[in-house]
Design a protein around this ligand. Structure first.
Ligand code: FAD
Length: 318
């Protein structure tokens, strides 16, 4: 699998990550953004953004984010769709793991936002990593020819369910409401031969034993009837607000409220690692605040990397 070395690795392609990348790229630092999904961050799902300075009050969050991303790419940022599932920040090189490859950065920026949610379904926390997953791209191949459930109706759920259709014998898609008739992705998913859609249905419990998940208990909202499905994997995609830090293990210090601790330069307690935007769990979660964080971190990183000569970079051949 591919290993890429770079100056700056940024986890997350929201306004925080994109503004940071714009500044680091313009400072001639080789920059990679790893973004799970450009459609699921807080700005991406904002219908209309009327308070971002200088842009039309009619603009959608998704359109504003596209502008930010394109601007960073135009200045040389390498933007990649990839879900980060682990990091190692103990050495000089900060190592970032994704299903698409490993990235080694002379600096690391954490900008994955706060659209995570605490495990809330019965059995979800208990079976996390033993059948419960939030990443079909990472874990889908473990479920070849097996039955799995996908819970949720947002864009991420639809895309991840599509990934799972390549592996699973049956993908049970569980949604608490009906998808809209004009939702082309939902219609396409429902027409896949190995997808079974359970609409107006709630997940009540994820069941299993020491070996992992064995099934799910569902309740139909129309007739209140219960149903058990014998699945081995459950992929949960529900929205909610909590800093996304699960891929860090216990390597970076957090505040009691789950946000990452930073100093005035957005530097975390781990040298060479910065945190920006909603992942800090700031009291004022706004796109302009996230973008400002990105700028501050980028300037601090430029200073940090250019006064530190110890690491010999492999891509300089002179
Ligand atoms: C419904 C709603 C309406 C809002 N309205 C406004 C408004 O009108 N005006 C305003 O200023 N602010 C608004 N906000 C707040 C604003 O959108 C956020 O403060 C801002 O988007 C935070 O930026 P961010 O870059 O920190 O995170 P996000 O925008 O959430 O971006 C995080 C990115 O990280 C990616 N990511 C997550 N986990 C991983 C992983 N493991 N690996 C790789 N990538 C990952 C996500 O896919 C996403 O692209 C709103 C928020 C919401 C939820």
């Amino acid at each position: 699998m591919e290993t890429i070395e770079t100056d700056v690795v940024i986890v997350g392609g929201g306004p925080a990550g994109c503004s940071c990348a714009l500044y680091t790229s313009r400072a001639d630092l080789k920059t990679v953004i790893l973004d799970k999904n450009p459609a699921v961050g807080a700005l991406a799902i904002t219908h209309q953004i009327a308070n971002y300075p200088g842009v039309s009050s009619e603009m959608s969050g998704e359109d504003l984010l596209t502008l930010m991303r394109d601007q960073a790419i135009q200045y040389g940022t390498d933007y990649r769709r990839a879900q980060v599932f682990g990091v190692d920040v103990t050495g000089d090189w900060k190592i970032v793991y994704t299903p698409e490859g490993t990235f080694k950065g002379r600096s690391l920026v954490l900008a994955s936002g706060a659209m995570g949610r605490p495990a809330s379904f019965k059995g979800e926390a208990e079976f996390l990593g033993r059948g419960v997953s939030y990443c079909a791209t990472c874990d889908g191949a473990f479920y070849r020819d097996r039955e799995v459930a996908v819970v949720g109706i947002n864009k991420e759920a639809l895309e991840e369910a599509q990934v799972l259709t390549k592996f699973a014998s049956t993908v049970h898609w569980i949604t608490s409401s009906d998808p809209k008739d004009n939702d082309a992705h939902a219609m396409e998913l429902m027409h896949q031969s190995n997808v079974k859609h359970w609409s107006r249905t709630r997940l009540m419990e994820i069941q299993g034993d020491e070996a992992g998940v064995k099934g799910v208990l569902l309740k139909n909202r129309t007739n209140e009837s219960n149903l058990e499905l014998p699945v081995e994997g459950v992929f949960v995609y529900m929205s909610g607000s909590k800093p996304i830090t699960d891929f860090l293990g216990d390597q970076i210090a957090l505040k009691e409220d789950g946000g990452i601790i930073v100093d005035d330069f957005m530097s975390t307690t781990s040298e060479g690692v910065w945190a920006i935007g909603d992942i800090r769990n700031t009291p004022f979660k706004q796109a302009v605040v996230a973008a400002s964080d990105g700028c501050i971190a980028a300037m601090a990183i430029d200073r940090y990397l250019n006064s530190r000569k110890a690491i010999r970079v492999d891509w300089v051949h002179s």
